[in-house]
Design a protein. Structure first.
Ligand code: WTA
Length: 651
């Protein structure tokens, strides 16, 4: 828990010009939302969104958890992000791109408008994409990834981005689940000055049974790739002919905008669905409140568009508010740990948003690097994706922020669409490694899962949101039951189901919220969310694996690492442990991708199971951490297995 004695007040000068200037203003907003929830949201929706037709109803929760926001309203998200800025900002930089090798590109709002329109026309005319069609995007961090997203939004297609680090198998599963006829990819891109490839992964993900009919390839690194005639098309060729004018499709407020697959506690990833108006409203409002980006500011979020942070806080949020957003293709520590600070200096970046893993690596590799650059332009520093530890927070605050920048520890998830708990940089006194308070409009509460009551100070409970909010997940693609069960099955308040995040949290005496991590079988490796069941299912594909259990183990840099306990089929032991580990990791790479490779793998003779066959993961977690086993193990089918496993691990 955070040390409540250490509190840092907002920078006075910054606060004077901030959108929310002090805690009274924060409280007034939160009181307004509490007293008149629909008035609060309806007012902001009217003010912030360029409606084609106004909405007639703010929120309909009569069919909870299937909730509708801003019904009757019609809009287009790409027009919200681009067209409406053209009067005032046509020559303002919308995207500043920096490539891995230092190549730079500035795309103004007017250029963005033309590029997105051309892209949208290409999808419509050459690929026959229509409103409601699913389009899978498997792309590196280049501006065309943003064009592709916005082009889909322009014509009402539903994009589903798959992170470029996922394997062909993982991509195939996601393509099939979404039944996508189109894939947009690139030949590859650059990493550490060397080309790497994506197109061959797409080729491997498409077989005869695949729903994919056409593949659009953006030529980025110009390496040789195979072309399947009649299926694969060059973006660089087709785009030349396209008209730069494409009417924005008129969308209903609750039409789907995108799917994004994320891990849950079962093997199959869930296609989290977000819809138009509620999502874009909260993306824009949180950009304005949490990063407090001003008209001339330059904002940089280091995430990848393959994750929700890249969706909401590289593309949709910044562009919806008319900001300048930086996109970076490369690796943050390449050529050295001064790279991000060099970029801050060169682009005069004002808001910098990254993950605790990156902060820990930059701290470790270049503790004093920030001092080698002029990074005085920085005003707000953000962190997201996993719990941050106080030493990393302190370094970020002191060395990067020169003890004058606010740190916004933003807590949220794929399912929440945007931040839900976070400091406001001009208002909230901050404490190291603490996400602080629910944002105005968000009814976040830490509840006791048994009683549904708010937990006492210092007592661990479940992080919940007790009222639907506009950017809340609208469904799990093709699986209504899973949607209801995954998020609204665990906690009831006053007899009514509430949204449960899957995270544990505690209050301190100021009512501040500290997130303690997942309560389910989800591991967070470097901010990448992975289900233990997903990793286990991939390991089981190795022919010699009989049983496997995967748990998280604390990791100094990555936050959490993956620890696998494996029972092999052949009982003559492991002939060559190193080879076996390599072979199993190869299977993981093929099934999921490099991001799921295990940090530790131990071969054991059995797993601790109850008599009904349930694996006791708590015991395995304790062994991985080298902790004492405090749990009663007499109920295990074979209690002696615990000692045996401990001996194998300590070996
Ligand atoms: C974790 C990423 C602590 C949490 C935006 C959540 C955090 C999961 C924080 C969502 C934070 C995210 N402090 N933990 N500031 N932000 N998390 O869906 O466990 O990739 O449930 O969304 O990351 O991961 P996701």
């Amino acid at each position: 828990m955070s040390n409540t004695k250490e509190v840092f007040k907002p920078n006075k000068k910054f606060a004077q010009n901030a959108r929310i200037k002090n805690m009274c203003e924060y409280q007034a907003l939160q009181d307004f939302a509490t007293e008149d929830y629909e008035g609060f949201w309806g007012g902001y929706a009217k003010e912030k969104i360029d409606w084609i037709e106004p909405f007639t109803n703010v929120m309909d929760e009569s069919n909870f958890p299937f909730v509708k926001w801003f019904e009757g309203g019609k809009l287009n998200v790409s027009a919200q992000c681009i067209d409406r800025h053209l009067d005032k900002r046509k020559n303002k930089a919308a995207i500043i791109f920096e490539g891995d090798r230092g190549d730079k590109q500035v795309i103004t709002y007017l250029e963005l408008y033309y590029n997105v329109n051309k892209f949208a026309n290409l999808l419509k005319e050459d690929f026959g994409v229509k409103k409601g069609d699913r389009v899978v995007i498997y792309m590196p961090m280049i501006p065309e990834a943003a064009y592709a997203m916005l082009a889909c939004a322009r014509i009402g297609a539903i994009h589903s981005i798959v992170f470029g680090g996922f394997s062909a198998e993982a991509l195939k599963d996601r393509i099939e689940d979404a039944d996508a006829k189109i894939v947009i990819t690139a030949d590859g891109a650059f990493r550490k000055e060397k080309p790497y490839m994506l197109k061959p992964v797409v080729d491997a993900a498409i077989d005869e049974k695949s729903p994919v009919e056409k593949v659009l390839v953006i030529e980025r690194n110009n390496e040789d790739v195979e072309w399947v005639a009649g299926r694969d098309y060059s973006y660089n060729e087709l785009i030349k002919e396209k008209s730069a004018k494409c009417e924005a499709e008129v969308m209903d407020a609750e039409d789907p905008l995108f799917l994004l697959y994320t891990s849950g506690s079962t093997g199959k990833p869930k296609g989290v669905q977000h819809n138009q108006a509620g999502y874009i409203l909260w993306a824009q409002m949180t950009m304005e409140w949490v990063f407090d980006v001003k008209e001339n500011d330059t904002y940089w979020c280091t995430a990848d568009v393959g994750w929700i942070t890249g969706h909401t806080y590289i593309v949709y949020g910044p562009l919806a508010m008319g900001a300048t957003t930086v996109m970076f293709e490369g690796v943050i520590t390449y050529p050295d740990a001064g790279r991000p600070w060099k970029m801050v200096e060169e682009h005069r970046i004002n808001q910098f948003y990254t993950a605790p893993t990156a902060i820990r690596v930059l701290h470790k590799m270049g503790e004093h690097e920030p001092a080698n650059y002029d990074i005085s332009s920085l005003k707000v520093l953000g962190t997201v994706g996993e719990p941050i530890d106080p030493p990393a927070w302190k370094w970020y605050y002191e060395e990067v922020g020169a003890s004058k920048c606010a740190i916004v520890d933003t807590y949220w998830q794929t399912e929440t669409g945007g931040h839900i708990v976070s400091p406001l940089p001009g208002a909230t006194p901050i404490k190291p490694a603490c996400a602080t308070l629910s944002l105005p409009g968000i009814m976040g509460e830490i509840l006791d899962p048994q009683t549904g009551e708010r937990v006492e100070v210092g007592e661990k409970g479940y992080m919940c949101v007790t009222k639907p909010w506009p950017s809340m997940i609208r469904g799990v693609w093709g699986d209504e039951e899973r949607f209801v069960k995954s998020y609204f099955g665990d906690v009831k308040k006053d007899g009514k189901a509430v949204y449960f995040t899957g995270d544990g949290a505690v209050y301190d005496e100021d009512g501040y919220i500290t997130i303690t991590g997942r309560t389910d079988d989800v591991i967070n490796v470097s901010g990448h969310r992975m289900g233990t069941a997903e990793v286990e299912a991939s390991i089981k594909k190795h022919p010699n694996v009989a049983e496997v259990a995967v748990v998280a183990k604390p990791h100094a840099i990555k936050g959490e690492g993956i620890f696998a306990y494996i029972v092999l089929k052949s009982d003559d032991g492991v002939a060559d442990e190193v080879e076996e580990v390599k072979a199993i990791n190869e299977v993981i790479k093929k099934e999921i991708g490099n991001i799921a490779i295990c940090d530790d793998m131990v071969f054991v003779s059995g797993l601790p199971k109850t008599r009904s066959g349930k694996i006791m993961r708590r015991i395995l977690r304790a062994i991985a951490k080298n902790e004492e086993i405090t749990q009663d193990i007499s109920t295990l089918e074979d209690p002696s297995i615990v000692k045996k496993i401990q001996n194998m691990v300590r070996k």
